[in-house]
Design a protein around this ligand. Structure first.
Ligand SMILES: NCC(=O)N[C@@H](Cc1c[nH]cn1)C(=O)O
Ligand SMILES: [Zn+2]
Ligand SMILES: [Zn+2]
Length: 478
């Protein structure tokens, strides 16, 4: 059953109102990784809950308890569970999204205020933190629901929803909830398939369906020594300096061309055979796509297949920052007393945080011992998630392929994503059903970066895609 043409017209006809709603969502700085913004993540949960109710979804907020972040005890934002429709003759689809965002400050290099959605009339870009990751896609679902609610039309499938506010900070508390509610009689009992819209096309022109995600293991390595920050004129070359030790440690992790130096990590992944390489050859992608989205000609290789494999089927190690280091303007001559390096490893099968952790900890301990330093080392795993790969020949993907063809007039790329959505595997394992990633945004959206944007056409056509997918799902043979 194709999506009704009235639905497609409705989405076009209400585009300005939908963008206004996106602006409201973006204006709430729901940064899960910053304790000062925790109240905003709660405000965002209330806002989304009210929006879902206004389009007929029966919702409940689930308290996920408390956690400690950067030494502070904080309440976790609630998960929003919802349902709409309970017709046993229809399929039931579970939709997941996250309403928290990455941090953003104008001073990071944004051209506009990150939490004010700015519409570039020339380019059609909707610029603001969360526009693409992941408020735009969540609102895409709301747009679909609004059409059916206003027109008193039943949906072609039953829907269940799971929205969380901690995805950008390790999805704390969610796995337990998903496992509990996936049991017989639980909230998610009876779900036939899952759809997540929380990633991006590979390029700027070809829609994509995604069947794999990398996992993640995020580390904080701390070196401490002096009882307080010291004057480098007084203590330079007289004491072991934590920052010097830390820089040496960080230097042992990865080469400038991306090879991971922690013994056993790269080696755990079998090389791609010729058949697998053909998958990457076929994708609509070029080195200029990566350079355009990175904003510079800095690709690690000129070979498209190598670059794609680096993102989709190899682990990567990135160094993110140093807590406690002097980073302000000026020339403060300080020896910081305690510094913490933050780095993470993106994981691919068969890697998991459990089999990677011991290798990382052992490596850092050995490297620190070799420094002969009298400082103290601690290593923490801040959070992690396993990689996920799905069967893209499943009817869930077939429905999405048909919907993509109907809305965009072209076949989608089939991609594996370099990023991580830790709960994806939990859904797949606890429900035992197929999970589809159906991205709305383009490869150059700049999620997690400055000037994050969602193109107006991706928001509007993407909303049509989400709705059309539900109609195709209703039709397809299980
Ligand atoms: N759109 C998915 C996404 O951005 N996921 C994050 C998850 C994460 C984990 N720790 C911090 N963020 C990602 O970085 O891949
Ligand atoms: Zn996201
Ligand atoms: Zn994200």
């Amino acid at each position: 059953m194709p999506a009704p043409s009235e639905f497609l017209k409705y989405i076009d006809g209400n585009a300005d109102a939908f963008i206004k709603r996106l602006a409201e969502a973006v204006s709430i700085p729901s940064i899960s990784g910053d304790a000062r913004h925790r109240k905003d993540v709660f405000a965002m949960a209330d806002w989304l809950n009210a929006q879902l109710k206004s389009v007929g979804v029966e919702t409940q907020l689930v308290d996920l308890g408390r956690h400690t972040m950067d030494g502070e005890d904080l309440p976790l934002p609630p998960a929003i569970l919802g349902r709409l429709g309970n017709d046993s003759s229809k399929k039931t689809v579970l939709i997941y999204g996250h309403f928290d965002v990455q941090p953003a400050l104008k001073s990071d290099g944004w051209d506009t205020e990150p939490f004010t959605l700015t519409i570039n009339e020339q380019t059609g870009q909707l610029i603001g933190r969360g526009s693409s990751d992941d408020k735009g896609p969540i609102l895409g679902w709301l747009n679909v629901l609004q059409y059916h609610h206003e027109n008193k039309l039943p949906l072609p499938v039953n829907l269940k929803f799971c929205f969380e506010g901690m995805e950008e900070s390790g999805s704390e508390g969610l796995d337990d909830l998903v496992r509990r509610e996936s049991q017989k009689g639980g909230y998610f009992d009876g779900v036939d398939c899952v759809c997540i819209s929380d990633n991006y096309w590979l390029n700027t022109r070809t829609p994509a369906l995604t069947y794999g995600l990398r996992g993640l293991s995020y580390y904080k390595v701390t070196v401490s020594g002096p009882a307080r920050d010291l004057h480098s004129g007084v203590f330079g070359r007289t004491v072991h300096e934590p920052m010097t030790d830390l820089v040496h440690l960080l230097n042992t992790l990865v080469t400038p061309t991306g090879d991971i130096l922690i013994k056993g990590v790269d080696e755990m992944v079998p090389p791609a055979d010729e058949e697998e390489k053909k998958i990457y050859e076929k994708l609509d992608y070029s080195i200029s796509d990566i350079e355009q989205s990175a904003g510079a000609s800095i690709a690690l290789s000129d070979d498209k297949v190598n670059v794609l494999m680096g993102r989709m089927r190899q682990p990567s190690l990135s160094i993110h920052g140093i807590e406690g280091a002097f980073s302000a303007p000026g020339a403060k001559t300080v020896i910081p007393a305690k510094v913490s390096g933050k780095f993470s490893i993106r994981l691919v099968p068969p890697q998991t945080p459990d089999n990677i952790d011991p290798l990382v900890i052992d490596h850092l301990k050995k490297a620190f011992a070799e420094l002969g330093s009298k400082n103290t080392l601690t290593v923490e795993n801040l959070h992690g998630g396993k990689p996920w790969v799905a069967d893209h020949r499943h009817w869930n993907f077939e429905a999405a392929k048909k919907a993509t063809k109907a809305v965009y007039g072209q076949d989608p790329d089939l991609t594996r994503e370099g990023g991580s959505i830790p709960v994806t595997l939990t859904f797949a394992e606890s429900l035992g059903v197929n999970v589809l990633l159906l991205p709305m945004g383009r490869g150059d959206d700049g999620a997690h970066s400055t000037n994050e944007k969602l193109d107006r056409s991706n928001f509007i056509e993407g909303s049509k895609l989400l709705g059309t997918y539900l109609y195709e799902l209703a039709d397809i043979q299980k």
